[in-house]
Design a protein around this ligand. Structure first.
Ligand code: F6R
Length: 244
């Protein structure tokens, strides 16, 4: 629990940077699993600063984003492709072909095969070293909504009503929020060596309490993280206020 989101985010960015530097020295790749939304923005800003001011290079970094709305054009305002470019990729030296974000433009019948290949690419990269996560008010991680199984893999899902409500302002109305998304599965996330879930603000306090202290159950997919050997929950004081 940190005093505020900025201090916590700087700490998370430092952990990521430390791994990248170490792997660079060994001439090895670092594989990052990345989240979008309001939660990780300060981590990305700090990584950009470390690149610009302290020479941190991302030439050996491979990234896999958790999710993307479906259907959605990558150029649209709400696209996670656009989000990642604006917050991170446009400002660092990562080679384009080392960036992976689920494709919201596919024909529906192409999706299952695409998802299998996404999983295969993660495996071929050697698996995810550090996975960043936010948490939705439904308890989703990625877009694994309530009902998601612990062994689920990358797939198309239907977004929860609450998630679509929370995205309504981004889409200028709930009716414009896509009903579906492509997301890494719970199993995909759980295969990561290290998981860092972050949450800021009092709005997240009730679901953080459930995720951290509640019984492990599919109604709150974030509770599955309790069984991961190397997962941390990083909070500001407001998000932690309902923990006992
Ligand atoms: C985003 C993602 C979601 C968000 C969650 C919290 O890639 O996978 O699980 O992390 O919905 O969103 P924010 O950070 O906007 O509160």
């Amino acid at each position: 629990i940190y005093e505020d989101a900025s201090t916590a985010s700087a700490e998370v960015a430092e952990e990521i940077a430390t791994l990248i530097r170490q792997r660079n020295k060994e001439d090895k790749h670092t594989v990052l699993g990345l989240a979008t939304g309001s939660t990780p923005t300060e981590v990305y800003a700090e990584l950009v600063r470390l690149h610009k001011e302290e020479g941190l290079t991302f030439k050996n970094v491979i990234t896999f984003n958790l999710d993307e709305y479906y259907p959605l054009d990558p150029h649209s305002l709400q696209s996670y492709v656009r989000f990642m470019n604006e917050h991170l990729f446009n400002h660092i030296d990562i080679p384009e072909d080392q960036v992976h974000i689920p494709d919201g433009t596919l024909d529906e019948k192409e999706v299952p095969e695409y998802c299998r290949k996404y999983e295969q690419k993660i495996r071929e990269a050697g698996g995810i070293d550090i996975q960043l996560l936010g948490i939705g008010r439904t308890g989703h991680i990625g877009f694994n909504e309530p009902g998601s199984r612990p062994n689920s893999r990358t797939r198309m899902i239907t977004l929860d009503r609450i998630t679509r409500k929370d995205a309504a302002s981004d889409f200028f109305g709930e009716e414009y929020v896509p009903r579906r998304a492509i997301t890494m599965g719970v199993g995909t996330i759980m295969d990561s060596d290290r998981i860092i879930l972050m949450a800021w603000g009092e709005g997240k306090a009730p679901i953080i309490r459930e995720a951290v202290e509640g019984n492990i159950r599919e109604q709150v997919p974030a509770t599955y993280l309790q069984e991961h050997e190397n997962a941390s929950v990083i909070l500001d004081e407001a998000a932690a206020e309902k923990l006992t």
